[in-house]
Design a protein around this ligand. Structure first.
Ligand code: HEC
Ligand code: HEC
Ligand code: HEC
Length: 437
């Protein structure tokens, strides 16, 4: 009896191993010479350029100070560093010998031309949603507009056995829902267009959705907020910390300009998402993203903005006025001298100005103070937040204790949320981290 069970188990193991190997195995696709590539028309190339921006391809595929798309940008994961590939049309070190089919297979299935599995640091789990036509447009753009650069891509620092590419087949089997975007017939065209862009090319969930222990996005907690490079990408669901709900119009403005008066600005990792990315999309696509995320936030309202003089804002502005009983401690004194000249928070007019109202800004309301501390340490350069507007950096002007005091003061005076623990230590940590970039 025991023998028979044992035999059955061995057989089962063999079947699973064979099935897995067949699933994991992909053939090499033939190399294609540049001269055999199809001709691309100008409209397709332009479509590809906009999609490449909206998918931040250059942000990940360009190393600091390196040539565009020549790769070697380090994508740091909990398991090790994976270097983005050279995706210029160089035939030796880039994708110059890739046919449109090979490129499509990489984008849709995460398998390279030679048949090797790609690591999910490359967000193929989102790009699999893209239509063939959009993938072909990206191919047309990369092959015709990007200058070939001969630069070999560095090996990942993943430890054995995680560096074995065929094992990625198991990860795919467990976590990736392959296939093109399926429109939801219950929803209108704008919603479906927004969902297509968000889940596919712009992969908003890559930062805003928490990941499981194996690094896959947890779709049961989609858009519920996550930590990315020591910043918090806030929840975009009804758990969003803002004092005022995001409407479609607010979202569209934030995604187009990098700022919304009723909420925050796009600093840190969100800066390039807007300014090197989705801001290139035509207005109707940005509106579609607004419609989709307003529904994710639980609010389909795309009507006019709330009146700045209406009560929630006024209440927050009133809350921003220091309570006379508030002890004039370090935090308040430092705020008055370092910040209040710009963030004076004394009237609803502030909402019409370019300075965010800190009483309703997510940076003061998140469970983690990281975003607030980052912004105080390093300011907001012109490339982030609103265009042509800066906030100075206080890295050298203020020490850890002083920044902690300002953060504690803002939390206590602007919100009714619990105080942040261990602030000075957290400032020290983030100061050291950001300094390494
Ligand atoms: C979050 C960072 C990130 C973004 C955004 C990103 N990539 Fe990548 N990509 C990578 C990494 C990392 C690899 C290498 C994966 C590996 O070695 O397994 C890669 C690999 C690839 C490959 C395979 C190349 C080869 O030689 O095997 C292609 C093709 C590719 N990316 C195209 C794109 C395009 C097109 C876009 C934009 C639509 C894009 N990527 C956006 C990180 C990114
Ligand atoms: C590379 C990581 C990353 C990607 C990709 C990303 N975000 Fe963000 N997002 C962030 C971070 C970090 C913040 C916080 C920025 C700050 O506080 O200044 C943020 C902030 C936001 C906010 C403001 C939330 C608030 O309440 O203050 C919205 C809205 C938003 N993102 C929407 C999106 C959408 C829509 C997409 C896809 C088109 C997207 N994000 C893609 C990292 C990312
Ligand atoms: C010289 C004017 C100026 C000073 C001084 C200043 N800020 Fe700002 N701050 C700004 C502007 C302008 C923005 C919006 C930047 C943008 O939209 O690009 C901003 C943005 C912010 C944000 C929003 C960040 C986000 O991600 O949404 C916070 C928080 C903030 N400031 C806090 C402070 C604190 C705390 C101080 C004092 C230590 C301070 N600021 C000093 C001008 C200033």
């Amino acid at each position: 009896m025991i023998k028979r069970i044992f035999l059955a188990l061995v057989l089962l193991a063999v079947v699973v191993a064979v099935a897995f190997t067949v699933y994991a195995w992909h053939s090499e696709l033939p190399a294609m010479a540049a001269s055999d590539r199809p001709d691309f028309d100008a409209a397709t190339i332009e479509q590809g350029r906009v999609l490449a921006a909206a998918g931040y391809c250059a942000t990940c595929h360009t190393a600091e100070g390196g040539e565009p798309y020549a790769g070697n940008y380090p994508v740091v994961s909990d398991f090790g560093t994976i270097y983005a590939s050279n995706i210029t049309p160089d035939p030796d070190t880039g994708i110059g010998t890739w046919s449109p089919e090979a490129f499509r297979r990489a984008m849709h299935e995460g398998v390279d031309r030679q048949g090797r599995h790609l690591f999910p640091a490359f967000p193929y789990d989102h790009f699999t949603k893209l239509s063939d036509q959009d993938v072909d447009a990206l191919y047309a753009y990369l092959m015709s507009e990007v200058t070939p650069v001969n630069e070999p891509t560095r090996e990942s620092t993943l430890p054995f056995p995680l560096d074995l590419r065929f094992l990625q087949a198991g990860w795919k089997l467990l976590f990736v829902d392959f296939g093109r975007y399926q429109p939801d017939p219950e929803r209108d065209d704008a919603w479906n267009r927004g969902a297509y862009l968000a889940e596919g090319i712009s992969h908003c969930g890559a930062c805003h959705t928490p990941r499981n222990a194996l690094g896959a996005e947890d779709n049961g907690r989609r858009y519920q907020g996550a930590v990315i490079d020591t910043w918090t990408a806030p929840a975009l669901t009804s758990r969003n910390p803002s004092a005022m709900r995001w409407t479609a119009a607010n979202l569209t403005r934030y995604l187009k300009t990098g700022a919304d008066a009723y909420h925050g600005i796009a600093a840190g990792p969100m800066g390039p998402v807007v300014h090197a990315g989705i801001a290139e999309l035509p207005d109707r696509d940005l509106q579609a993203l607004g419609v989709y995320f307003a529904s994710v936030a639980g609010d389909g309202d795309s009507g006019p903005l709330p009146d700045p003089d209406s009560s929630p804002v006024q209440a927050s502005v009133a809350a921003g006025k220091p309570d006379p009983a508030w002890r004039l401690d370090d935090g308040e004194r430092l705020y008055a001298t370092a910040c209040a000249a710009c963030h004076y928070n004394d009237s609803a007019d502030n909402l019409k100005a370019t300075r965010p109202e800190l009483g309703i800004n997510s940076a003061t309301r998140l469970d983690d103070p990281a975003n607030l501390i980052h912004v105080i340490l390093d300011g907001v350069p012109t490339g982030e937040g609103s265009h042509g507007v800066v906030m100075p950096a206080f890295r050298s002007a203020l020490d850890d204790q002083q920044i902690a005091a300002i953060a504690a003061y803002l939390r206590a005076s602007r919100t009714d949320l619990p105080a942040w623990p261990d602030l000075p230590a957290r400032v020290g940590e983030l100061r050291a981290h950001a300094g390494t970039h």
